[in-house]
Design a protein around this ligand. Structure first.
Ligand code: DAH
Length: 339
């Protein structure tokens, strides 16, 4: 009997099963009532008493080992996927359906790339801001309408915390951290409390540029603007500057480009003026420099800001602003070739 147990112990070490039926057959063979081990258990009665200790120990070992082995086999094939032999695992995978860049991202990159060629580097800031960075540091009067709930989203119960209404806040963040020369371009999302329609949305995107150094003049601004307009809209593009007002620049201007749809002749898009407005700009107000810890007696600079949606509309004639945020694949797919 001892020999029989020992040979079974060896035998079960090599047991194999690849599916549930084979495994069940093994269980029946060894562990069922009439199985080999149960039979041995029954015969145990007849073992001479001086051998009982040794045989009993081995018999128990056989039973546990068999049970363990069967469990192990079960785990193994339950965790192994079976492969269809007709599947060719070496062939290349199905082509992954590539998405397309969003038109706003395409134009944002184009704008940033143009300024990068002029030595500007990208700076970013938070979308949830405080009054100081969005308004106070930028010379907004205490009663400026932008500070009104009608125009700006405030965080409930926190009158000082708001969603930034323009990317000019990034100017302050950078100037507070860094002394001139500063040459940054700041793309980002901004929020305004507007009713959503085809021509207004409660969030949109802007790009802000800031250049601060010794002896920066309005001429430098004009040169940068002309270069930018020609790079973005083509070499035949003309620009014109109209005096304007922003709290953070003095003097301030708005820039028009010659209408790129009619080439300046006049069409419904430019309301027959031949010009379309694309950005605001000016020389950084000395108060703003001083607010941010930069000596306005030593340094001067220019700033400009534009809406990316507006530029995108000009380039691609998207008539309804809402298209930009609705993720309609039929709309987005049209920009495939612009990637
Ligand atoms: N922050 C302005 C806006 O949201 C845009 C702007 C105008 C930015 C003039 C500037 C600037 O830096 O100089 O309408």
């Amino acid at each position: 009997m001892l020999e029989k147990i020992k040979s079974l112990l060896r035998e079960i070490e090599d047991l194999k099963a690849t599916n549930a039926e084979e495994l069940e057959a093994l269980r029946i063979k060894y562990l069922s009532k009439k199985g080999e081990i149960s039979t041995l258990m029954n015969d145990f009665r007849n073992v001479a008493s001086e051998q009982k200790r040794e045989v009993g120990k081995l018999l128990n070992e056989l039973k546990t080992n068999t049970q363990d082995k069967i469990n192990e086999l079960k785990d193994r094939f339950e965790n192994t996927q079976t492969f269809d032999e007709n599947v060719d695992l070496t062939r290349t995978a199905y082509p992954i359906d590539l998405g397309t860049r969003h038109p706003i991202s395409i134009v944002k990159k184009e704008i940033c790339d143009i300024f990068a060629r002029l030595g500007f580097s990208i700076a970013e800031g938070p979308e949830i801001e405080d009054d100081w960075h969005v308004f106070s540091s930028l010379n907004f009067a205490a009663d400026h309408p932008a500070r009104d709930m009608q125009d700006t989203f405030f965080i409930q119960h926190h009158p000082d915390i708001l969603l930034r209404t323009h990317t000019s806040s990034v100017q302050t963040r950078v100037m507070e951290q860094q002394q001139p020369p500063i040459r940054i371009i700041c793309p980002g999302r901004v929020y305004r409390n507007e009713a959503i329609s085809y021509r207004a949305h409660c969030f949109f995107h802007q790009v802000e540029a800031l250049y601060i150094d010794k002896n920066v003049s309005f001429t430098d601004l004009k040169q940068a603007l002309l270069f930018f307009a020609k790079e973005l809209f083509g070499a035949n593009t003309n620009i014109r500057l109209r005096p304007s007002y922003f709290p953070f620049t003095e003097p301030s201007a708005e820039m028009d480009i010659s209408c790129n749809l009619c080439g300046g002749k006049g069409c419904p898009f430019c309301k027959y003026t031949g010009w379309v407005e694309i950005l605001g700009c000016g020389m950084v107000d000395p108060n703003v420099l001083d607010n941010c810890g930069i000596d306005s007696n030593v340094y001067s600079g220019y700033a400009l800001g534009m809406g990316i949606e507006r530029i995108t509309n000009l380039k691609y004639q998207v008539k309804d602003l809402r298209m930009f945020s609705e993720n309609d694949i039929r709309f987005l797919r049209q920009f495939e070739s612009a990637n």
